[in-house]
Design a protein around this ligand. Structure first.
Ligand code: EPU
Length: 423
């Protein structure tokens, strides 16, 4: 296992290029199972979760080539065995994204239940209930979701009681092959859902309402593999994480190849904290200009376009530097405060009551050995370590490699003293 050793306080200088979005790449890669011919993806981030997705697709019969330097994957799905085994899905919950394409394409599937994880129980009952309503027979046994479609898939009125990103993505795919109309109520509006829906539309699906809470799909659609490469959009959470790093180090940073239009709530929250931004007219470049004096703020995590839960931990590390009492209410996941204990080890003053964290600042953080618990928690620990005085050793950094492309190398290029060491 690798660890990061970070010497702070760091000053960052220069510009950084944002990689392709993890949470957009994964559903698109799984959706390629719908086709028999080659699908090409570009701007694919070099991440462990992409590696895992390709492993799962490979076990199903797919052939692929991944040019990691170029960020290009060409994939011939050739579905032979519609099984996503526990061995891989337990490493990456997004393996549940295999279920929709398998049900839609093969009419049967065996996908491991993902199990709980560090940020909450994260059940997949919404996915299962919706697919049942659309005609799939589903048994959950021996840790697997076993789905079979006998009488064909039919459109249905699906109403999610809570917004679910991967649930909406799975149902979009199934609905595109189902007979008749499907309406997804309380659908996720996340840009990654819109990207998947747009991809399906480009392949022939009839979908309206993308980016709104009410999506309509008229099926069954004859889907044809795309002829041109699918370009993965920039990662909005990586972009936000760079903003957080700039704020922690009180450094001006230029972010390139991003999409600021997807970050309105994040930019607004940081503006309230006291950070200025210059956004290029085409939204693809953002200059972060923190002056180092931060005011306390209150943030609630919400589904898009609200403040993303995936930026909560990084924002918390920044709130430690703000004057006064800040709060974060985590409304999406029930257990997403695992980073609090580690931030406290660095000297942060944080209290948690239920889903509300209260952060009192400013604190001068001091380096210490700490441990990463999940992907975004790891990012917040890196951010905090950059602002802390002295050496911080963050173990279990494999969580970070799941979702950030070469974060250590990018930080080094910006002038930070970050070393990756073996433990
Ligand atoms: N939920 C249920 N039942 C379900 C599905 C969801 O109760 O069947 C609950 C969850 O437990 C949670 C809430 O609904 O409390 C929302 O979960 P959602 O289904 O939206 O999460 P997800 O689709 O599993 C995606 C991202 C996460 C991100 C969340 C929320 C991917 C691959 N993952 O997860 O990303 O935090 O949406 O925006 O898209 C990350 O990248 O670090 C990450 C965790």
């Amino acid at each position: 296992m690798d660890a990061f050793v970070i010497e702070g306080p760091a000053t960052l200088k220069g510009s950084v290029t944002v990689s392709g979005s993890k949470n957009s790449a994964l559903p698109l890669l799984f959706a390629s199972l719908l086709f028999d011919s080659e699908v090409v993806f570009e701007n694919v981030p070099r991440l462990w979760d992409v590696e895992t997705t390709l492993k799962i697709l490979g076990l199903m019969g797919a052939e692929y080539q991944w040019d990691k330097e170029e960020g290009r994957i060409s994939l011939i799905p050739r579905l032979k065995s519609p099984v996503a085994p526990y061995e891989w899905v337990r490493q990456m919950r997004a393996g549940i994204l295999a279920l929709g394409p398998l049900v839609a394409k093969a009419g049967h599937a065996k996908v491991s239940l993902p199990g709980g994880c560090a940020i909450g129980a994260r059940p997949v009952n919404f996915h299962i209930d919706a697919m049942r309503k659309m005609g799939a027979e589903i048994d959950v046994e021996e840790g697997y979701i076993k789905a079979k479609v006998n009488g064909g898939l039919k459109g249905a009125d699906i109403c999610f009681s809570q917004v679910t990103v991967t649930g909406t993505e799975n149902i979009l795919v199934v609905a595109s092959r189902a007979e008749g109309e499907t309406t997804i109520h309380n659908a996720a509006c996340e840009p990654e859902v819109v990207a998947l829906g747009t991809f399906l539309k480009d392949c022939g699906a009839k979908i309206s309402g993308l980016g709104t809470p009410s999506i309509r799909v008229l099926g069954p659609c004859r889907l044809k593999a795309p002829e041109s490469p699918i370009v993965i959009s920039p990662d909005r959470i990586e972009t936000g994480t760079w903003i957080s790093a700039a704020v922690a180090t009180r450094s001006e940073l230029r972010l390139k190849k991003c999409d600021a239009s997807q970050l309105t709530s994040v930019l607004d929250a940081y503006r309230n904290l006291g950070v200025e931004f210059d956004v290029s007219p085409d939204q693809s470049e953002v200059a972060v200009k923190p002056d180092g004096n931060y005011s306390s703020i209150n943030v609630d995590t919400r589904p898009y376009p609200g403040f993303p839960t995936d930026m909560q931990a990084q924002m918390m590390a920044n709130m430690c530097l703000a004057q006064g009492k800040s709060t974060i209410r985590e409304s999406i996941f029930e257990n997403r405060f695992m980073h609090v204990g580690e931030l406290r080890r660095l000297g942060a003053s944080i209290e948690v009551e239920g889903n509300l964290a209260t952060i009192v600042g400013p604190s001068q953080l001091e380096g210490a050995p700490i441990m990463a618990t999940d992907l975004r928690a790891s990012a917040s620990l890196v951010v905090a370590a950059l602002s802390a005085r002295g050496l911080t050793r963050i173990s279990r950094i494999y969580h970070l490699d799941r979702g950030y492309q070469r974060l250590d190398e990018k930080l080094q290029m910006l002038g930070a003293n970050v070393r990756r060491v073996r433990e």
